[in-house]
Design a protein around this ligand. Structure first.
Ligand SMILES: Nc1ncnc2c1ncn2[C@@H]1O[C@H](COP(=O)(O)OP(=O)(O)OP(=O)(O)O)[C@@H](O)[C@H]1O
Ligand SMILES: [Mg+2]
Length: 834
C-alpha cells in the first residue's frame, strides 16, 4: 500500500488491523488509557457518541476512556454498528511499539456485556438459509450459550419465530434475496413486518453450504455426525446453524467453548401462536407503556436463568400431552409441599446468573469479583441436591439427578479466592494466603520492605537531624526522601536531588533505591503471579462449563416450576385438565393481567364453553362492557394451560390446540404503507387460510374499519367461512347485532352478551357473560361517562332517535338474492318482500 509508506509505525499497525475487517466495522484502537477511532470511523463515531472530533497530523480522531468502554460500545451497537476492539496485548515499554490485536468484534447479537442486557431475557442472533422449499433457522444467545436450530415450511412461520425469539440480529447469506428483507434508500437492509428493530448482516454464502456448515458443527462439537442432535434429516437447519456458529467464531472472534450442544426446534411439538397474536396478546412484551405483559404478570422466578426459561415456555407452549402433564404434576407437588418449596426458593435466590458468568469465563472477560460469585452460586448446589433427594416426584427426581455438585472446583476456589476480591486484576488482592507458597513469599518480601522503609526513615531523621523528613512514593521517580525547602540545607552530600516543588525538595540515595528495587520487584512479581493463578482458576472453571450448564438447566426448571406453584397459590389458580379433543371448558375464568390490576375480588369471573356442539361464540354488548377482555382471557388461559402452568379459573378442561390466532384492535402499520382496514383484512385472510379445527380464533370487531354495510357483510361471510371451512373454535366480539341471526341458522354458533343494567338513563356494567344477544350499544351513555360535553350528548341523542324512526329499509334486487347461495345476511337486514 503506497499511502501507508509515510505513516508512523502506530498508524501502520492501525491499518494492518483495519484491513482485515469487514468494511462496515468501526475500529476502536487502544492508545494507553483511551480507545480511539480514526478517520471516517471517527466522524461516524463522534456523531453517534456525541464526542468532539479532534485532529492529529490532519487525521480526524476521537476517543473514549478505557474504563467506560462497554457503555460506548453499547451505544454504537444500538445505532446499528459493529465494533472491533483492538487492545494492547502487553505493557508499553519506552521506545517500543506495543503489540496490539483485535480481541473481539461486537455486533448487536454478540454484545453481552452492556448494561442494557436484560437479565430475564435472551439475546438472540438468528441464522437464516433457504433450502428448496424449507427455511433453515437457528438461534444463538452467546451470553448464555443457548443454541437452537430447526426448519420451517413457510415465510409466515418465519415471522412467528421472529416474534417468538425477538432476535436482535439476523445473519443471511450474501447474494440471496428474501421476500421479507427490504433495502432502504441508503442500501441498509431491514425486516418487513412485525419486528423492525433487528439488524441484518450478510455473511459469506460458502459458509452456508451444507459441506462447510456440517463440518464446522461436527468439528466444533467433536462428533462424527449431527444425528444425535436430531439434525440428521434437516439440511436447511444445519446450513443455517453451521454458518451462524462460524460467524460468531470467525467473523466476531468470539470464544465458542461454552456452546456445548445444539437443541432442535420441533415446530410440530409447539402450540403455534400466530405472530400477530403474540403481539396483541402481549405475551412476552407489552405494547403500551403502562400495561403489563403476560410474562410480567405471572413471573415469580428468583433467578435470571429461570426468568429466561419462563419466557421460552411462554413463547413455545407445548402441544404434547406428556410434556404438559409432567410440568403440571411437578407444580402440584410443590403446591402440596409449601415448606420445601419456600426452602428451595430461598436457596435458588442465592444462585446468580451462572450461565452468563460462564459465558464470560469462556470469552475471557470474567473478573475476580465475578469468579467469587460463581463460587458462591456453586456452593448452593449441594444444598439444593440435599433438599431434593428426599423428595419423591418424577420430574423433580430427574432434575435432581441432573445436578452435578462440582465439589472439587468449589474447594479449589474456596482455597484460592479472597472473600471479597476486587473487580480488577491490576492490583492483586485476589488470591488467599496459604494457596501458593511462592506468592506468600513475594508478599512477605514486599511487606518486609515497608518495614525497611519505616526503619530507613527513622534512621535518616536521626542521622540528619531533620525531624520532618519523610519517605514518599511517586509513579515517575519511585521512593523519594522529602524535605522542606527551609530544611534542605541540612541534607547530606550523598543525597541526590530529583524533584523541586513549591515547598519541598525530593532526594534519593543508593540505599533507598536498593530497598525500592526489592519492594517493587517483589510487589510486581506478586501481582503477576496472582494474575497467572487467576488465569489457571478461570481455565479450571472453563473445563467444567458443559457440566455446570447441564446443572443450570435443571436449576432453571426448578425455579420456573416452583415459581408457577407460588403464583398458583398466591392468585388461586387451578390445574386445567388437558385432553386430546377440540374443547375449551373454563369455569369462572379470570383475565390473568387485568385481574392483577384490580383490587382483589373486583374482577368478575366468567365461564366459557367451546366444543363440537358450540364452536363459535358471538359476543355482543355495549362499549366498555368487557367483550375484548373476555375473548382475550380465553386465548390467554388456553395458552397458559399449554405451558404446563395452572390458570386463573375455578376449573378447566382444555383441548390440545395447534394454533392460536387473533385479530384484535388496530395494528396500524401506516409506516409500511398499509391502511388500518387493509391490515385488518390481511390478518383476517391469514386466519382464514391457516386456521384448522384444532385452532382457537379470536376476532375482535372485525369489519368495523369500513362502512357499516360493508363491514357487516364481511363479518357475516367471515363467520360463515370459519364455521364451514376452518371449523375452528372461535370467539367473535362484535357490535353488529345483526350477526346474532347466524345462531338461528347454524346450531353450533351461539350468542352471548355482556350483561348491563340501565338505571336513570345511565348504564351499569355487570361484566358478566350471559346467554343471548343484545341489540343496544349504549355508545352515547359511554361517551357521557367519558366526559363528552352535555350539549354534544344531547345532540347525538336527537340524531339517534331521528335515525331510528326514519330508517327506511330497502330490499336488494331479486337478482342479488338469487346469486347468494344458502342462508344469508340479507333476509335479516331488509324487509322480506316475498
Ligand atoms: N370481567 C371483568 N371484571 C371486571 N372488570 C372488567 C371485566 N372485564 C372488563 N373489565 C373492565 O372493563 C373495561 C372495558 O373492557 P373491554 O375493553 O373488554 O370492553 P369492550 O366491551 O371490549 O368495549 P368496546 O366495545 O368499547 O371495545 C376493561 O378495561 C376492564 O377494566
Ligand atoms: Mg373491545
Amino acid at each position: 500500500m503506497k499511502e501507508t509508506e509515510n505513516l508512523t509505525p502506530m498508524m501502520k499497525q492501525y491499518w494492518e488491523a483495519k484491513r482485515n475487517l469487514p468494511p462496515d466495522v468501526l475500529l476502536l484502537f487502544r492508545l494507553g488509557d483511551f480507545f480511539e477511532l480514526f478517520l471516517e470511523d471517527a466522524k461516524e463515531g463522534a456523531k453517534i457518541l456525541n464526542l468532539v472530533l479532534t485532529q492529529r497530523q490532519g487525521v480526524p480522531m476521537c476517543g473514549v476512556p478505557v474504563e467506560n468502554i462497554e457503555g460506548y460500545i453499547g451505544k454504537l451497537v444500538k445505532a446499528g454498528k459493529r465494533v472491533a476492539i483492538c487492545d494492547q496485548m502487553e505493557q508499553p515499554k519506552p521506545g517500543q511499539l506495543v503489540k496490539r490485536q483485535i480481541v473481539r468484534i461486537v455486533s448487536p447479537g454478540s454484545n453481552g456485556y452492556g448494561s442494557f442486557l436484560h437479565p430475564k431475557e435472551h439475546q438472540f442472533c438468528m441464522g437464516l438459509f433457504p433450502w428448496r422449499n424449507k427455511l433453515g433457522i437457528s438461534f444463538i444467545d452467546i451470553t448464555t450459550g443457548l443454541f437452537l436450530a430447526g426448519q420451517l415450511d413457510t415465510d409466515k412461520e418465519f415471522f412467528e419465530m421472529v416474534v417468538r425469539y425477538k432476535p436482535v440480529e439476523i445473519i443471511v447469506p450474501e447474494g440471496v434475496d428474501f421476500p421479507f428483507i427490504r433495502r432502504d434508500a441508503q442500501g441498509k437492509e431491514a425486516l418487513e413486518g412485525p419486528v423492525q428493530d433487528c439488524f441484518i448482516h450478510r455473511y459469506f454464502s460458502w459458509a452456508f453450504s451444507y459441506e462447510e456448515a456440517q463440518s464446522f458443527l461436527v468439528n466444533h462439537f467433536k462428533v462424527s455426525s449431527l444425528e444425535g442432535y436430531g439434525l440428521g434429516e434437516m439440511p436447511a437447519a444445519v446450513c443455517s446453524a453451521g454458518a451462524l456458529l462460524r460467524y460468531f467464531g470467525e467473523e466476531l472472534h468470539q470464544s465458542l467453548s461454552h456452546i456445548v450442544k445444539i437443541l432442535q426446534i420441533v415446530p410440530q411439538h409447539i402450540l403455534w401462536i400466530d405472530a400477530i397474536a403474540q403481539k396483541t396478546l402481549e405475551i412476552n412484551h407489552t405494547q403500551s407503556k403502562s400495561g403489563k405483559s403476560l410474562f410480567e404478570a405471572i413471573d415469580r422466578t428468583v433467578t435470571p436463568g429461570g426468568g429466561r426459561l419462563l419466557r421460552r415456555w411462554l413463547s413455545e407452549p407445548s402441544n404434547q400431552l406428556g410434556v404438559i402433564e409432567e410440568r403440571q404434576q411437578a407444580i402440584s407437588f410443590w403446591l402440596n409441599n409449601p415448606n420445601k418449596r419456600k426452602e428451595l426458593r430461598e436457596i435458588l435466590e442465592k444462585i446468580g446468573d451462572l450461565e452468563r458468568l460462564l459465558s464470560k469465563v469462556s470469552q475471557g472477560y470474567v473478573n475476580p469479583r465475578e469468579l467469587s460469585s460463581i463460587k458462591e452460586s456453586l456452593r448452593q448446589l449441594p444444598v439444593v441436591k440435599g433438599l431434593l433427594s428426599s423428595l419423591d416426584e418424577g420430574l423433580i427426581c430427574r432434575l435432581c439427578e441432573d445436578i452435578a455438585l462440582e465439589n472439587e472446583l468449589v474447594e479449589e476456589l474456596e482455597k484460592a479466592l479472597e472473600e471479597n476480591p476486587p473487580f480488577s486484576t491490576k492490583e492483586g488482592g485476589i488470591i488467599k494466603k496459604g494457596y501458593c507458597p511462592a506468592l506468600d513469599e513475594l508478599k512477605e518480601m514486599s511487606e518486609q520492605g515497608k518495614k525497611w522503609l519505616i526503619d530507613f526513615e527513622q534512621k535518616e531523621r536521626e542521622k540528619t537531624g531533620i525531624k520532618t523528613l519523610k519517605i514518599k512514593y511517586n509513579q515517575v521517580f519511585g521512593y523519594l526522601i522529602e524535605v522542606s525547602h527551609s530544611q534542605s540545607k541540612w541534607v547530606p552530600q550523598h543525597y541526590e536531588r530529583r524533584q523541586t516543588l513549591a515547598n519541598v525538595e525530593r532526594f534519593i540515595t543508593p540505599e533507598l533505591k536498593e530497598i525500592e528495587l526489592k519492594i517493587l520487584g517483589s510487589k510486581n512479581r506478586a501481582i503477576e503471579l496472582e494474575q497467572n493463578l487467576f488465569e489457571v482458576l478461570k481455565e479450571k472453571i472453563a473445563s467444567r462449563i458443559p457440566s455446570i450448564q447441564k446443572t443450570m438447566e435443571a436449576i432453571n426448571k426448578l425455579d420456573v416450576l416452583t415459581s408457577l406453584a407460588d403464583l398458583a397459590q398466591e392468585r388461586n389458580y387451578c390445574k386445567p385438565t388437558m385432553v386430546d379433543e377440540p374443547v375449551i371448558e373454563i369455569e369462572e375464568g379470570r383475565h390473568p393481567i387485568v385481574e392483577q390490576c384490580m383490587a382483589s375480588g373486583d374482577f368478575v369471573p366468567n365461564s366459557t364453553y367451546l366444543g363440537p356442539d358450540q364452536r363459535i361464540l358471538l359476543i355482543t354488548g355495549p362499549n366498555m362492557a368487557g367483550k375484548s377482555t373476555y375473548i382475550r382471557q380465553v386465548a390467554l388461559l388456553s395458552l397458559l394451560a399449554h405451558t404446563g402452568s395452572f390458570i386463573p379459573a375455578k376449573k378447566a378442561k382444555i383441548g390440545l390446540l395447534d394454533r392460536i390466532f387473533t385479530r384484535i384492535g388496530s395494528n396500524d402499520d401506516l409506516a409500511m404503507g398499509q391502511s388500518t382496514f387493509l391490515v385488518e383484512m390481511n390478518e383476517t385472510a391469514n386466519i382464514l387460510h391457516n386456521a384448522t379445527s384444532r385452532s382457537l380464533v379470536i376476532l375482535d370487531e372485525v369489519g368495523r374499519g369500513t362502512s357499516t354495510f360493508d363491514g357487516l357483510s364481511l363479518a357475516w361471510a367471515i363467520v360463515e367461512e370459519l364455521y364451514k371451512t376452518n371449523r375452528s373454535l372461535s370467539l367473535f366480539a362484535t357490535h353488529y347485532h345483526e350477526l346474532a341471526k347466524l345462531a338461528d341458522i347454524y346450531p353450533e354458533i351461539k350468542n352471548y352478551s355482556m350483561a348491563v343494567v340501565e338505571s336513570g338513563g345511565n348504564v351499569v356494567f355487570l361484566r358478566k357473560v350471559v346467554k343471548g344477544s343484545t341489540d343496544k350499544s349504549y355508545g352515547i351513555q359511554v361517551a357521557k361517562l367519558a366526559g363528552i360535553p352535555d350539549r354534544v350528548i344531547e345532540k347525538a341523542k336527537k340524531i339517534l332517535s331521528m335515525m331510528e324512526s326514519g330508517q327506511k329499509k330497502k330490499s336488494p334486487s331479486k337478482k342479488i338474492k338469487d346469486s347468494l347461495d344458502g342462508p344469508s345476511l340479507f333476509p335479516y337486514l331488509f324487509d322480506q318482500e316475498q
